[in-house]
Write a protein that binds this ligand. Sequence first.
Ligand SMILES: Nc1ncnc2c1ncn2[C@@H]1O[C@H](COP(=O)(O)OP(=O)(O)OP(=O)(O)O)[C@@H](O)[C@H]1O
Ligand SMILES: [Mg+2]
Length: 260
Amino acid sequence: MIEVSHITKIYKVEKKDRKKDKKAEKVAVKDLSFTANNGEIFCLLGPNGAGKTTTLRCIATLLRQTEGSITVEGFDTVKDADDVRRNIAFLTNEIKLDDFFTPDYLFDYFGKLRGIEKSVLAERKKELFSYLGINEFADKRIKELSTGMKQKTAIAVSLVHDPKVVIFDEPTNGLDIITARLVTDYLKKLRDDGKVVIVSTHIMSEAERLGDRVAFIINGGCAFCGEFSEIYEQTGTDNLEDAFFAMYKEITEGAENADH
Ligand SMILES: Nc1ncnc2c1ncn2[C@@H]1O[C@H](COP(=O)(O)OP(=O)(O)OP(=O)(O)O)[C@@H](O)[C@H]1O
Ligand SMILES: [Mg+2]
């Protein structure tokens, strides 16, 4: 389970990166709370710059929130960061696999780093590589691979230790529909295995098809968190895109009125 409780993340913007009229601080996430449970896919939805990646990076212990707290499987992301890391897979949209190595080598390398026994590692590789269709390019260097091939490799490597919690930031970014479907089907399998799966996306149809519950993040805050039926009821719509626009309009108009 992931419990995000009233987190705020303020980035300090260094002087050299600041334009004349820009402030020294950027509030990326504002008083955000939600819970993602085992056996569900929780979707963070929101426009560009809403704060999705920032939130996921805080959950994955790569960033420290300015205020509030997060627990992952009961471990605090600040006090018990190592325990959190042991339990999670984190996939970022900036793939950072070294060009020089092959998927096969990288999988074994990260497996060893995680202390996984040889036979268990071989089994996991067999399952993940065959499911994701990696075998045909397992011995090619990363620099020779396409975006989709790299993404599949990154997904396999991130899951090497069979973690309980899966945190994927825009997992289908840059993938064709066949590969994207393969990835989302695998996320469903992980959910059905009882894992907590949290993904960010701005593709409404993907969230609709994939998610069990959703949080709409707008301007760093949570505009809605719950089940699809609730959001449709609340906004008087029958699809996520219309629900999003209804909510977005309400929030931005509300903010404008407060300014006057
Ligand atoms: N290191 C940083 N320093 C200053 N501001 C940052 C930094 N990283 C992100 N931001 C700002 O924080 C806000 C939230 O960014 P974030 O990357 O979390 O959004 P996002 O919802 O993931 O967007 P996208 O859909 O484009 O990936 C944005 O306004 C962004 O410009
Ligand atoms: Mg992002």
